[in-house]
Design a protein around this ligand. Sequence first.
Ligand code: GRF
Length: 230
Amino acid sequence: MKAPLFSSARRCRFVILISGRGSNMQSIVRACREQGWPAEVAAVISNREDASGLQWAASQGIPTRVVPHRDYADRVAFDAALAREIDAFEPDFVLLAGFMRILTEDFVRHYADRLINIHPSLLPLFPGLGTHRQALEAGVAVHGCTVHFVTPVLDHGPIIAQGVVPVMPGDTEDALAERVLGIEHVVYPTVASWLAHGKVSLEAGKVVVRDVADRAFLWSAPAVSLEKCA
Ligand code: GRF
């Protein structure tokens, strides 16, 4: 068996990239602190200065940085500047959490086996944008999220864990997005804790998680009273 991707006497360092509200980032920061992982979120970095998650991170005493993509002539220049900011924090893993930029192949290779993403679908179904609309149009009965290693191919790469939710009669995109987000907030912090504890390795391009029976997370319905069932 190959060695875990992280095993060190020092605490595991995460840098999290966001473009918006950063609710996944918040769920990771909270779980890290509440569960006392041997880890820390060293920085939160955004390509947008108006990303509301930045304020929350700063309020938690986490260093924040902005690398505005519009300030750079092309993706190569932006990614190089972004990598400089990230590397200053010496991360063991870089977590993409609603980071809405397509990354260059050089950037992805620079962080090989250290770059993780959450995508709001059960990959390989529905890569790209509009995943909840795609799921409704396809008429699937289940939908969900995937946490995976990033490779140069968009929304592709070895799958670490997935969370599954039902698609319900009458679902709108918003209703489905909210249900999926709920399970994202379970799956992403759990994967981050596996990484922090050195449980994750890659063998022949597939993910192996030590001491974990199950890499699938299933949605559980809110309790329904008997009166409502009548
Ligand atoms: C999440 O649904 C994530 O899967 C997708 O973008 C959304 C980001 O939400 N990539 P948040 O910023 O973490 O609240």
